[in-house]
Design a protein around this ligand. Sequence first.
Ligand code: SAH
Ligand code: SF4
Ligand code: F3S
Length: 465
Amino acid sequence: MKAISTPEVEIPPFIRGKERGSYWITTFGCQMNKADSERMAGILQSMGYQEASAELNADLVLYNTCSIRDNAEQKVYSYLGRQAQRKHDFPGLKLIVAGCVAQQEGEALLRRVPELDLVMGPQHANRLETLLNQVDNGQQVVATDEYLILEDLTTAKRDSKICAWVNVIYGCNERCTYCVVPSVRGKEQSRAPEAIKHEIEGLAALGYKEITLLGQNIDAYGRDLPGISSTGRRTNTLTDLLAFVHDVDGIERIRFATSHPRYFTSRLIQACADLPKLCEHFHIPFQSGSNEVLKAMGRGYTIERYKRILDQIRKLMPDASISADVIVAFPGESDSQFRETLSIVEELGFDQVNTAAYSPRPNTPAAKWPNQLPELIKVERLKELNALVEKVAKGRNGRYMGRIEEVLIEGFSPKNKNQLMGRTRTNRLTFFQSDGIQAGAYNPGDLVQVQINKVHSFSVSGIAL
Ligand code: SAH
Ligand code: SF4
Ligand code: F3S
């Protein structure tokens, strides 16, 4: 393991503000990558780059990549092929690969695509300006060493004006046997509670109404921070953080993701029920319904524990929506173990389940096991599970029919400009109409009461009251 570098001194950006050309960022993968891309876009703009109108005429192209499964990784190579070709006609093009594939492949990416200017891992996202200055000095740069993530002093260029991501913990110290994240995102690094609150206050001042606190394993928040009470309890847990940031004026809703069943505490559930801005939606992956498979995955909980968590949530917040992630055809998964997963989906009534067939990943233990399952089984199990998930989710969605829900308006429906779009507290996408829309009676950021009169598979629609 390489040593963590010490923070570097910020170099005054002497060419800041100068016209630099246009940039294009394509983001693959999870919310963590989306948040990193928004910060990198902010850095590029502060350096004088403007957003390009199209990928194929940008002066700087950055792919923020994902390596969670092989198909996610392969996407970037096809995108890169096109840009590498373009660089032969337009040598001024700056080509950057950031994110998890960059970290995983490092210098091997330069050998594969010699046209690249910069390969940078996720821990280096906030250093984009320094790294680009090195590129401008004529270097081909690879930044994948383990790095202490610095607070970003640039304002992120966020996609939404209403809902914002706020990183609270980077990296992951778990060792799930299938997962590439710990090796590409590095060790856990929690941000200081004061820095997080400061960012949220800044967002509130800009008019943001909803924040989602982010971490790959958000329940690990604070493990690496000081803070123990006289009774020996840690005082910098996620529960403490939620209480600490809750009262920022202007912020109406708070969410967090992703929860890990191993560390999800009763204290946290109680806090979510007690704190009014905490929304009743929880994303808690269970991965498999079989205890043997969970053990082989190294998840550190049983399915009974998982069920107890859901019971506790529903006892205190009966209408809470629950989403999860599941992997099928993990090495050695038998047909009956797969059926245990199906019965959990059926029994627990999820609002949404993200499903995937197991994909062997570099530098992970399970990839080397001899009991890999054939492609056909992966496809069949995924198909069967997806059909069940759709049925269950649709059934759950039915409960909204006729109800009055509080919706935070995010903007107009992309398909129908006479409809506004937002989400319920339970994170259900909602479209609604009203005579007042044309008259401008509603604005993004408003909270409105909507009577639901139609239920679709993944959304609901209704009329504003
Ligand atoms: N930190 C989260 C999830 C991170 S990755 C957690 O602990 O649950 C997002 C999802 O991708 C995982 O929940 C898992 O369902 C899926 N995933 C991760 N590695 C995978 C692999 N090798 N093959 C298939 N799916 C995978
Ligand atoms: Fe991957 Fe497990 Fe960490 Fe989630 S908790 S990111 S699945 S290693
Ligand atoms: Fe993908 Fe990296 Fe996120 S592998 S899922 S972008 S942490």
